[in-house]
Design a protein around this ligand. Structure first.
Ligand SMILES: Cc1cc2nc3c(=O)[nH]c(=O)nc-3n(C[C@H](O)[C@H](O)[C@H](O)COP(=O)(O)OP(=O)(O)OC[C@H]3O[C@@H](n4cnc5c(N)ncnc54)[C@H](O)[C@@H]3O)c2cc1C
Length: 510
């Protein structure tokens, strides 16, 4: 007997945050949805695992777009609206910046943040607050325009700051504030979360990042990122979504430019007029469309024309003492030898040594993260995919251990003790781990790089032209809202909305 019905309204490839968000939204509108996930559990990168009896977060440092219970931002609101009750914990600080000549801890809230920058670099309060307020204005515009597209004239009238800054890089806009270098350095650490140096990073992206994280703070689920995935999957099933695990989708079936189903690697052919793919367009257009003759040349041009962004390399340690005993004071530390983001970006093209990293000690936001008397400490750098593509199988182990040791030593210098003397468990995640686990193209977790030639505003305008196959939508970091767990939810919802709009259009013309 087949697991499957004869026909589904929508098939979703991938049961992680993006795919499950699509499924939830479609099920809410009463549609019959099938989610096919290659693993035996939901979540993709939003997962955890157990070593030595201790549960270990696989990835999450902090979530954006959640907000406090009484002032939810879009992702937090989506969970609430869907009846998914996540036990959110607020991360205590924005970050500790450990940069040449600067050791500064900054907290969320624009005024607090500006005051703390001012304490480190006197005389900068007004200008820093002005930068943050500009970020907030642009953030509000982006949120409104992503829901209510409007004419250029109207946009100019109602969203002047957005329009005026949209064509400029982060560097160009920040330079106009004439801030001392040290203050600019303190405004830069989050850059790595969007993965482009400031000369290339559109100011719009920087503004959204800063307004969200600094303005509203960040959050983590009490039971790790897997709390989100598990509860989303559970809720989706309650709402009638069929989720099948251990089902790898091999092919997306297309006839006359239109999707009509998928085939799994087990050989099941399942039918639907809509498929939402978490898998990268690179993978879909080069390997998955059947027959390959249905792949339009423009689709190949599109994927070849886009630059892949960053992947991740993480050393996750469980240590034999509490954070307090070890003198670890900050949840989140960004450490670099320079805050010249363009230079840092160049370094990320190689295989290390890396001199820009982000670390977290989970216990400082979640005291229950590990058993009493221990703590977890993770050291992450986010290299570009370029270097890691060149590692040969026979060299992999050597490169992996060399990079992990370099990162540990880099943090030993900062912490003032040798982390290696305290290790209970050590897990090393490389771009290959990510690629094997989620099938992310080249292990890329950030989708396509945000650059001045190819950015969110331009992508919004070309979105319709990039629908090469009828009924095929994409969700995941490779889509409009970009990388991260919060954006994965937004991308999943956007893909579902595109399907719903198309169904409505077709219904109206039927
Ligand atoms: C070390 C690390 C740290 C991170 N830190 C943060 C952070 O602090 N904050 C943040 O917001 N984000 C962070 N991220 C990024 C974030 O985890 C991802 O952007 C997000 O989880 C992506 O979700 P997704 O649903 O788009 O894709 P994925 O999690 O990649 O899931 C894709 C899913 O699709 C399935 N799949 C793929 N192909 C197929 C197929 N053919 N058939 C069936 N199933 C398929 C996969 O098995 C997987 O479950 C981090 C990532 C890493 C690696």
């Amino acid at each position: 007997m087949s697991y499957y019905s004869d026909h589904y309204d929508v098939i979703v490839i991938g049961g992680a945050l993006a795919g499950l968000s699509s499924a939830l939204m479609l099920a809410e509108k009463g549609h019959k949805v099938l989610v096919l996930e290659r693993h035996n559990l939901p979540g993709g990168i939003a997962t955890s695992f157990v070593r030595g009896g201790i549960e270990i977060e696989a990835a999450l440092h902090e979530m954006m777009s959640i907000g406090e219970k009484d002032n939810r931002l879009k992702v937090g609101k989506f969970f609430d609206d869907m009846g998914i009750d996540i036990d959110w914990l607020k991360v205590p600080e924005a970050y500790h910046a450990s940069l040449p000549g600067l050791e500064v801890t900054l907290h969320p809230g624009f005024e607090t943040f500006a005051k703390e920058v001012d304490a480190a670099v006197p005389g900068t309060y007004d200008k820093v607050l002005k930068v943050l307020n500009l970020c907030h204005t642009v953030f509000d515009s982006v949120n409104e325009l992503s829901i209510h597209p409007m004419s250029k004239a109207k946009m100019l009238m109602n969203h002047e700051a957005f329009v005026k800054t949209a064509g400029y890089s982060t560097k160009e806009v920040l330079d106009t504030f004439d801030l001392p270098k040290k203050a600019l350095d303190l405004l830069a650490p989050y850059w790595i979360y969007v993965g482009s140096g400031f000369s290339e990073l559109p100011f719009t992206i920087y503004a959204v990042l800063m307004a969200d994280y600094v303005g509203y703070g960040s959050f983590i689920p009490h039971k790790f990122s897997h709390e989100m995935s598990l509860k989303m999957a559970e809720r989706a099933e309650e709402m009638g979504v069929q989720i099948e695990y251990r089902q790898h989708v091999d092919k997306i079936l297309v006839r006359d430019g239109k999707v009509y189903g998928v085939r799994t690697s087990r050989g099941d052919e399942i039918h639907s007029d809509y498929v939402i793919s978490s898998s990268y367009p690179n993978n879909v257009y080069t390997h998955m469309i059947e027959p390959a003759s249905e792949v339009p040349k423009k689709a190949i041009k599109m994927v070849n024309g886009r630059r892949l962004s960053l992947t991740a390399f993480s050393v996750i340690l469980i240590l034999d003492k509490s954070a307090e005993e070890l003198g670890i004071k900050d949840y989140s530390v960004f450490r670099g030898d320079t805050m010249d983001t363009d230079k840092c970006y160049e370094e990320l093209a190689g295989l290390g040594p890396y001199h820009y990293i982000t670390c977290i000690c989970h216990n400082l936001a979640n005291p229950d993260a590990t058993p009493e008397g221990t703590c977890s400490y993770s050291i992450t750098t986010l290299p570009r995919v370029d270097g890691w593509k060149t590692v040969k199988a026979e060299d992999y182990d050597k490169v992996k251990h060399r990079v992990a040791n370099q990162l540990i030593e880099y943090m030993n210098d900062y912490l003032g003790f040798d982390l290696r003397d305290h290790i209970l468990e050590c897990v090393i995640e490389t771009p290959m781990t990510i690629s094997h686990y989620t099938d992310a193209w080249n292990g890329c977790i950030y989708g396509y790089a945000h650059t001045m030639d190819d950015h969110i505003v331009a992508r919004l305008q070309t979105a319709e032209e990039e629908k090469f196959i009828e009924g095929l939508e994409f969700s995941g970091a490779h889509q409009i809202s970009g990388d991260g767990m919060g954006p994965a939810v937004t991308n999943g919802r956007k893909a579902a909305k595109n399907v719903l709009d198309d169904m409505q259009r077709k219904g109206a013309t039927a």
